[in-house]
Design a protein around this ligand. Structure first.
Ligand code: ATP
Ligand code: MG
Length: 435
């Protein structure tokens, strides 16, 4: 591809060495001293230009992974699809990638699937070739350690200044090569507050289906980045807009299509809002809570059908969970500890209605009690459970032993005798009344 390069000298950009991780600088300087080219590239350059702290630092070089390994003792070569060197500094990993070439040579180093997907791509090349393999123009800026300039072949600096996310090359071809780029487009547009260039945006809706060819483990990783990086709600809205959410969570999307007065959408919106808020406060985020929320409505639908067919509630929910989860892991492979935690949160929901006798005490001791209680609260806030029930559990947690005993005492009948059957809370919410 014909290309003109623009070099932005140090005086024409805002990236200063003081913002760059010391370890990344070490890697760059050592490569330079060994007479190799060395650049920062990708998200770190993009984020530094915005004055933001990068998530991680990626280095590009003309040294092969083996040559990198010779320079750094603390280095491991990883990957098959893209062979890379990881240089370890305690918990920080600096990823060092050798420039990729643009043309496949006689060897089998580049493998293209018949549907156009790039399966293996280990042809090494020059910076000028490497540029065109990157996804967006703003991700293809190279910070040169030799003179601290930024090297730009694709107009990324102008796009960056204009807040535009533009795919390099022909978008249809680039999405076919790697459909995950559609998810990345959404993720970066939201995270950076950039607009998608029209040509980059246009093919997404029609090509969304291509994501079905992506291995479930990779989609799970991408999905976590989409929802747990602090912009979950906006990301969700944009994914739905492009029909991408329907590919990631088909059962949940179908429920949203049949929504009634903003329900169950509002529940999901609140769950995402909460987790974005937690992220902003620097609190930890676990995937299972959000995933449990996303798949809650599909779970309920299946469970209700089973109840109508005569199954008891507990069994219906267990079978529904199996059904919903086994369909979902084919798309986004979730680790077992995550699906187990989701089940725990789900199954505890029905148990909250039992507020008499020893059951509430046992519930309180469950490992996932707190998450399940938060989940219940979220349901109550959005019309899916009785707020009075949440109030009961809030009081029960705060109560001393005496009050707890009173709260869990069996209700008395009109003659003042305790009723024989253990009482059961009767929620009045819409959702509960369907059950
Ligand atoms: P962040 O790390 O903030 O999520 P990033 O842009 O650094 O964003 P990475 O996944 O770390 O994203 O990738 C680093 C760089 O590698 C990208 O900026 C891009 O240049 C290139 N890259 C990553 N994934 C792809 C892809 N699927 N197709 C083309 N280029 C890619
Ligand atoms: Mg990165």
């Amino acid at each position: 591809m014909a290309s003109t390069v623009r070099i932005y000298p140090r005086a024409e950009h805002c990236i200063s060495r003081s913002q760059i991780s010391e370890n990344a600088l070490k890697v760059l300087v050592r490569l330079k001293k060994a007479d190799f080219e060395a650049y920062l590239v990708g998200g770190c350059v993009r984020d530094l230009l915005l004055g933001r702290e990068p998530k991680d630092f990626d280095v590009a070089t003309n040294a092969s992974p083996e040559q990198v390994k010779q320079i750094f003792r603390n280095c491991r070569i990883i990957g098959r699809r893209f062979r890379l060197a990881h240089v370890f500094f305690g918990r920080e990993i600096i990823e060092v990638a050798t420039f990729r070439g643009s043309e496949a040579d006689e060897s089998d180093q580049q493998v293209v699937h018949e549907d156009g997907r790039l399966l293996r791509d280990n042809v090494f090349g020059t910076l000028e070739e490497d540029v065109w393999r990157r996804d967006f123009t703003v991700n293809a800026l190279y910070y040169n350690i030799r003179d601290f300039s930024v090297v730009d072949y694709t107009g990324g600096m102008q796009d960056h200044a204009a807040g535009v996310l533009r795919l390099i090359g022909d978008p249809q071809v680039r999405y076919r090569e790697d459909p995950v780029r559609m998810l990345r487009a959404v993720r970066f547009a939201v995270k950076l507050g950039f607009t998608l260039h029209l040509d980059t945006e246009k093919p997404i809706h029609d090509q969304a289906e291509l994501l079905k060819s992506i291995p479930a483990a990779r989609l799970y990783d991408e999905m976590l980045k989409l929802f747990l990086s602090g912009y979950g709600l906006q990301t969700f809205e944009l994914l739905r807009h492009f029909g991408l959410f329907a590919i990631l969570f088909p059962t949940a999307d179908r429920c949203l299509e049949t929504q009634d007065h903003d329900f169950p959408r509002l529940f999901l919106v609140r769950a995402l809002e909460n987790s974005d808020k937690r992220f902003a406060e620097g609190k930890s985020l676990t995937p299972y809570f959000l995933l449990a929320a996303v798949l809650w409505e599909p779970l309920r639908m299946v469970a209700q059908k089973r109840i109508r067919q005569g199954e008891n509630e507990t069994l219906a929910y267990q079978n529904a969970a199996n059904e919903v989860l086994s369909a979902q892991i084919k798309i986004t492979a979730m680790p077992r500890h995550i699906t187990q935690a989701m089940r725990d949160v789900w199954f505890l929901q029905n148990k909250f209605t039992r507020t008499v006798g020893s059951r509430p005490y046992r519930l309180l001791e469950q490992a996932k009690f707190r998450a399940a209680y938060d989940f219940l609260q979220l349901r109550a806030e959005t019309g899916g459970a009785d707020p009075e029930l949440v109030g009961w559990w809030t009081r029960f947690q705060e109560a001393d032993d005496d009050l707890r005993q009173k709260m869990t005492a069996p209700p008395k009948d009109s003659a003042g005798k305790p009723r024989r059957k253990t009482g059961r809370y009767h929620p009045r919410s819409r959702q509960a009344s369907q059950e």
